[in-house]
Write a protein that binds this ligand. Structure first.
Ligand SMILES: NC(=O)C1=CN([C@@H]2O[C@H](COP(=O)(O)OP(=O)(O)OC[C@H]3O[C@@H](n4cnc5c(N)ncnc54)[C@H](O)[C@@H]3O)[C@@H](O)[C@H]2O)C=CC1
Ligand SMILES: N[C@@H](Cc1c[nH]c[nH+]1)C(=O)O
Ligand SMILES: [Zn+2]
Length: 427
């Protein structure tokens, strides 16, 4: 963990190093991932099975989960977990339902009909992480927007370390209506979805969160398939004044640190005393966690506490870091929120711990990391839709606008373009 103060003379250099830290979290594994992708592309299932044995310590006969297996495992999900999944699905579903956009269509003054239609993707792959923890919540976050958009084929991949799966993951698949599931993780899962194998027909887009291997694999298959965003190791940035309980903030920072040793937790505060109180609280909370080893590694290597003179100073720093999650633990969070341009999702006020958004707030928890929130957004219904535009001219409308098209085609030196319009103007 680094303690930085904006009043320090070397602050700019130290802050820049913190910004660069995120890029390294994904770039490091690019060579390994390139090798796995190439191997799966050529050798299909045989390669996928070998990587599954190597990384997940599991050697299944078939990577496809049968309907009987899914039903038997899902039935083991405790009733209270199933009820919580159903509440989560309802809340996530209604937030995403509201995102469905309207088509555009009109006739302009020249008589040209023009418009834009939204159409759903036909087949998508959803990656559900499962290396260290298991993520039934990610099943809902991935699948519900796809369902709402109208995607016909949803293919889910999830690693099963040592051949085991949390029943809640398959119960969540049932709640979301996902039936085509493969026990594959990491870069080999992304490769199987993008290139296809003997048992898995390829999809058109791969979405979902995962560790650095998954995030890098998605980046490398982009172009062969679409992807949502780089949704890699989790990040949280908390902006807090000294009116907060330091222990609450410590739990918030550790809630993301416990995901991955590459996760990042940052506190920005205007009080040096409060900063020290939170650092102490983190050390007190850490031993209480079953995830202590991971959370501790993340906090030690990627954690930071930044002391500013005024919380307004946090905005340019935050926009440069472009973190996945931002908590604004202040009295008037809207004031700061209105100035934030680069973040995956915002959690406003002292009573909105980020973990509420992880499970059932409603907005999606699949969010851009590694500073990709500068140009990307969290998963939504829009990720499962495309736009197709159209034009329809009648003879009179073409007469009205066609001559200018001929002029522009000639200006570009493209005579066939000009001719295709001109022949219709003469008729
Ligand atoms: N940005 C977002 O929206 C979200 C991100 N996450 C992130 O998802 C991640 C989950 O990570 P995990 O628990 O690890 O599960 P995971 O499913 O992402 O990764 C497990 C897979 O990683 C691969 N792997 C592990 N070590 C490897 C190695 N040395 N070489 C090649 N491949 C290797 C294996 O194939 C294994 O199946 C965390 O980083 C978490 O922060 C989770 C939810 C949301
Ligand atoms: N916090 C995770 C999502 C999550 C799922 N379960 C717990 N947390 C993220 O990076 O978005
Ligand atoms: Zn989380």
């Amino acid at each position: 963990m680094q303690l930085l103060k904006t009043t320090d003379t070397d602050f700019s250099t130290a802050f820049q190093a913190l910004v660069n830290n995120r890029r390294e979290a994904t770039v490091d594994v690019s060579g390994t991932v390139r090798g796995i992708l190439a191997d799966v592309k050529v050798r299909g299932d045989a390669a996928v099975k070998e990587y599954t044995t190597r990384f997940d310590h599991f050697s299944p006969e078939s990577l496809h989960l049968s309907a009987d297996f899914i039903a038997a495992q899902a039935a083991k999900c405790p009733a209270d977990v199933k009820a919580a999944l159903e509440l989560a699905a309802e809340r996530i579903g209604s937030f995403h339902q509201k995102q469905l956009p309207q088509d555009i269509g009109y006739t302009d003054a020249t008589g040209v009909k023009l418009g834009l239609n939204w159409v759903s993707l036909s087949q998508v792959g959803i990656y559900v992480p499962g290396g260290r923890a298991s993520y039934p919540s990610s099943v809902l976050m991935n699948a519900l927007p796809a369902k709402i958009a109208g995607v016909e084929r949803i293919v889910m991949t999830v690693p099963m370390p040592h051949g085991e799966i949390n029943p809640a993951v398959l119960a969540a698949a049932q709640v979301a209506g996902v039936t085509e599931i493969y026990s594959i993780g990491g870069a080999q899962a992304v490769a199987a979805l993008a290139y296809g194998t003997e048992t898995l027909n390829p999809v058109d887009k791969v979405v979902g969160p995962g560790n650095a291997y998954v995030a890098e694999a998605k980046r490398q298959v982009f172009g062969t398939v679409g992807i949502d965003s780089i949704a890699g190791p989790s990040e949280i940035l908390v902006v807090a004044d000294d009116q907060n309980n330091p222990e609450w903030i410590a739990w918030d920072l550790l809630s993301q640190a416990e995901h991955d040793p590459s996760a990042q937790s940052i506190l920005i505060t205007d009080s040096e005393v409060f900063a020290q109180q939170v650092i102490t609280a983190v050390e007190l909370v850490l031993p209480k966690l079953s995830t202590q080893a991971v959370a501790s590694a993340s906090w030690q290597n990627h954690g930071a506490v930044i002391v500013v003179s005024d919380l307004a100073e946090s905005i340019p720093l935050l926009n440069q870091l472009a973190p996945e999650h931002v908590e604004l633990c202040v009295d008037n969070p809207q004031l700061l929120a209105s100035q934030i341009k680069c973040a995956g999702s915002l959690f406003l006020g002292r009573y909105t711990p980020e973990a509420i958004g992880d499970y059932l707030g409603g907005p999606n928890h699949v969010l851009p990391t590694s500073r990709s929130a500068r140009f990307a957004s969290g998963l939504s219904v829009y990720d499962f839709l495309k736009r197709i535009t159209y034009l329809e001219c009648n003879q009179a409308a073409l007469q009205e606008i066609g001559k200018a098209a001929v002029t522009l085609a000639e200006a570009e030196g493209l005579p066939a373009h000009a001719g295709s319009v001109a022949v219709r103007l003469q008729s």
